[in-house]
Structures are given as structure tokens and as C-alpha cells.
Design a protein around this ligand. Sequence first.
Ligand SMILES: Nc1nc2c(ncn2[C@@H]2O[C@H](COP(=O)(O)OP(=O)(O)OP(=O)(O)O)[C@@H](O)[C@H]2O)c(=O)[nH]1
Ligand SMILES: C[S@@+](CC[C@H](N)C(=O)[O-])C[C@H]1O[C@@H](n2cnc3c(N)ncnc32)[C@H](O)[C@@H]1O
Ligand code: SF4
Length: 314
Amino acid sequence: MPKDEEDSATFSKTGEILHPSDLLSYEELLRVVRIAVEMGMNKLRLTGGEPLVRRGILDFIHELFRLNGLNEVRLTTNGVLLSDYAERLFSEGVQHINVSLDTLHEKKFQKITGRNYFQKVWEGLLKARDLGFKIKINVVAMKGINDDEFVDFARLALREPFQVRFIEFMPLGEKSSWQKEQFIKTEDIKKSIEEAGDLSPVKNSRAKGPARVYELTDNSGRKGTVGFISPISHHFCDQCNRLRLTSGGQLRSCLLNDMETDLKGLLRNGATDEKLRDSIRQTILNKPKGHSLQEDCEGNGRPSCSGQMSRIGG
Ligand SMILES: Nc1nc2c(ncn2[C@@H]2O[C@H](COP(=O)(O)OP(=O)(O)OP(=O)(O)O)[C@@H](O)[C@H]2O)c(=O)[nH]1
Ligand SMILES: C[S@@+](CC[C@H](N)C(=O)[O-])C[C@H]1O[C@@H](n2cnc3c(N)ncnc32)[C@H](O)[C@@H]1O
Ligand code: SF4
């Protein structure tokens, strides 16, 4: 993602950089996760900002896996530190990794992210592949930026055991670089990758996450899988069961709705487990039915939610 949307996670709701003492400690995070697991949550994703830059992340993951009932800890990363962390992540029990990669060109990577780390990300992907991780590559589709690479990304899914997912670019956050002209809907992305092979839908893929997954087969019979995440053209809010906790301790029931519950305040004011449980339950009950992104995009293109992706985690 452009640099302004994918950086350190330590922002407040109003965009100020948070002081380290304003971040939830690992102890506080573990307490919230333990309570959520007791309430029935069984899968957790670490995202950010960049989860691998936080000191002590591996020990934290180790502790997460000790929680009874938490079956899976997954990770979404920019991949820059993946080659350094992959072995330990795998041995701790992480099996699924999503790597954000919007281009396969080194120079364009630098232009988009502001950093010259393409080779490092690639090295991390190969290392993770060799270790046996299940890897998904998140490609945010942006007209004029990476639409010329959709076929190459689809071919990557044929060549490597990576599920490549094309994500519709969402207008999120007041500082977002999103422009209406850059938006491409899933149908158009699908059409443009037909050149790489035939697509056939994988049954019930939406039951496992937001992506509609397809098997891609090229004319020599090679197969791979690609996914499409279409929050704008085919939103999936009716099946959404996610909660998001920011590093500053705010619990959000919806990626695209600015309503938040201040768990940090509760944690630091002596709240009991019961009180925290009630707040989590209430946040879930307040979950909105949907979002207005399509209207926003068809209208003036202004985001309806001011939250930054880098703070909420995608
Ligand atoms: N609007 C919206 N977009 C989402 C939602 N979940 C995921 N996305 C988009 O899809 C991207 C990929 O999501 P990830 O969290 O990496 O992975 P995932 O596919 O949701 O998770 P798994 O199925 O567990 O691998 C996010 O960065 C968002 O852009 C959601 O609930 N609402
Ligand atoms: C915000 S990043 C944070 C995690 C980590 N630093 C990384 O780069 O993967 C998480 C995901 O959000 C997605 N994302 C970011 N901005 C987006 C946008 N405007 N629309 C759709 N997806 C977006 C990216 O694909 C990325 O996989
Ligand atoms: S309810 Fe919110 S978080 Fe869930 S799918 Fe809809 S927009 Fe995404």
C-alpha cells in the first residue's frame, strides 16, 4: 500500500502518534484475548501497522498459543521482516501468513511504499513457502498503478503455492490516497486475468473468509488459486463475524465504522473480567448491518469512515 496507508500502527483515532505507554501492553492484550476466547473466539489475526516490528512479538505469539481454545493465530505482514522471523513463527505454531504485495516490480515497489524492500519481501515469501506456511498474497487493485500486473499476479498463483487475492481499493481514512479513478471492481479484475487461464469457483469459499476463491487453470493444465475480496461491489457484511482491536486498545466491531469501545480505559481503571466481557458483548451487539462504500464511491468518493487502515489493520 502507499506509504501513508501502511506504516507503524501507533496512531490515535485522530491521527496523532501514540506514546508507547498508550499502547496496550502484551499483558493487557493477552487479557483481552483470553476473555474473548472464553466468549467463543477461536481465531486471531495479528496485523497492523506492521506486527513484526513490535519488540517481543514472538514471545507474545508463544503466549497466545498457550490460551486454551484459541485454535489459530494468523498474521498479515508487509513481508519485510518475514525472512528473519519465518522459522520462529512456524515453530511457534503460526501456519497461515498473508503478505501484502501490490507490485512485482522492484522500482514500482519503491515508488508505492517509499522503501527499497522488494527483494527482502520476496526472500521472505520463498522462505515461508519452503517452511510450509499457507501463504496468501494481498494485492490491492489500483487502476493506473498495478492493473498492468494482474495477469502476472495470476500467473504467480500458477507457478507458486500462493493464493493471490485481489482486493478492491477502499476509500478509508481522511488522509487516504484513494481516488475514484483508481477504483477497479472485481468483475473487471476477473476479466483482465482471463488471459492467464480459466477460472472456476471453489465451493463455499466465502464461509472461510471474505474472499471468493477460484481455481485458475492455464492451457497447459497448471493450476493455482486466486481470490477476490470485493467489499465495495459485493459486500459481505451479512456474514461478518470480525472484531478489531487497535494497538491503542480501541475495539471496533466494523472496519468501516468509526464506533469504538475504549477497552484501554477499562483495563487501566481496574475493570473486572465481567465488565470487559460486557463491553465486548455490547460492541458486538452494536455491530452495524453494513456500510455505504458503494454510495461513497459512486458519489464524490469521500470516505465514510475516517479510520486509517494502518491503525485498524485491514
Ligand atoms: N470491508 C471489509 N474488508 C475486509 C474485511 N476483512 C478483510 N477485508 C479486506 O480484505 C483484506 C484481506 O484480509 P486479511 O485480514 O488479510 O485476510 P482474510 O482473507 O480476511 O483472512 P483469512 O481468510 O483468515 O486469511 C483486508 O486487508 C481488507 O482490505 C471486512 O470484514 N470488511
Ligand atoms: C493495513 S495492512 C497492515 C498489515 C501489514 N503492515 C501489511 O502490510 O500487511 C493490512 C492489509 O490492508 C490492506 N489494505 C490497506 N489499505 C487498503 C485499502 N485502502 N483498501 C483495501 N485494502 C487495503 C492491504 O492489502 C493489507 O494486506
Ligand atoms: S460489517 Fe464492517 S467489517 Fe464486517 S464486512 Fe461489513 S464493512 Fe467489513
